[in-house]
Ligand binder design. Sequence first.
Ligand SMILES: [Zn+2]
Length: 213
Amino acid sequence: MRRFDIFEPLPGIWCVQHRPSKSAAYIIKTFPGAVVIDTGPDATASSLMMGLQEARVGLSSVRLVALTHWHFDQSAGAAALHARSGTRVRYAEAEALFLTGQKETARQRHPKISPIAADGFVTDGEKLEGSLEAIATPGHTEGHMAYYLEARALLFAGDNFIVTNKSELEVNDETRASAARCLERPIEALLPAHGRPVTDRDAINSLRKRLRT
Ligand SMILES: [Zn+2]
């Protein structure tokens, strides 16, 4: 039995979700071609390749892989995907020591994970591929980034939020300020690093209110 699910939670947005941690890689098809946000924990990138196949995205049409942060359950497949396709991989500078394996981490000790150098660092406020806004959201990791697709009000939120089993949204002390920053924008759907995408506006609004107080 395969250890991941592939589904299309919103039109043109595909999710490859890995058990048991529900860590998610997203494929955004609304670009000319596609952009991938995070790769999941599969160091061979096979799960992501199957996701691309189901989404009918050819490898050569993936314009960019943007990582939210270095943790292996979000980034392990990046090196393999890059090796197979030459796709550019980008992330924030503060994540580089971990993603290039220069810092001693649990990730580095994982035998199957290869280091991945950035094809340029992502900076706060930058519009990737012209329309995907990078939002610096330090807290969960120092160089954590969220990505916002303004045209559709979709937030690729990384680990700034915790989605509970009841699809409620929570934050913790370290992500509170960054989560509030993300929620300054209108949001139709919040696509987290772990768990199902949240489209319930009441859940989003209620957290937005709580973070203002
Ligand atoms: Zn994480």
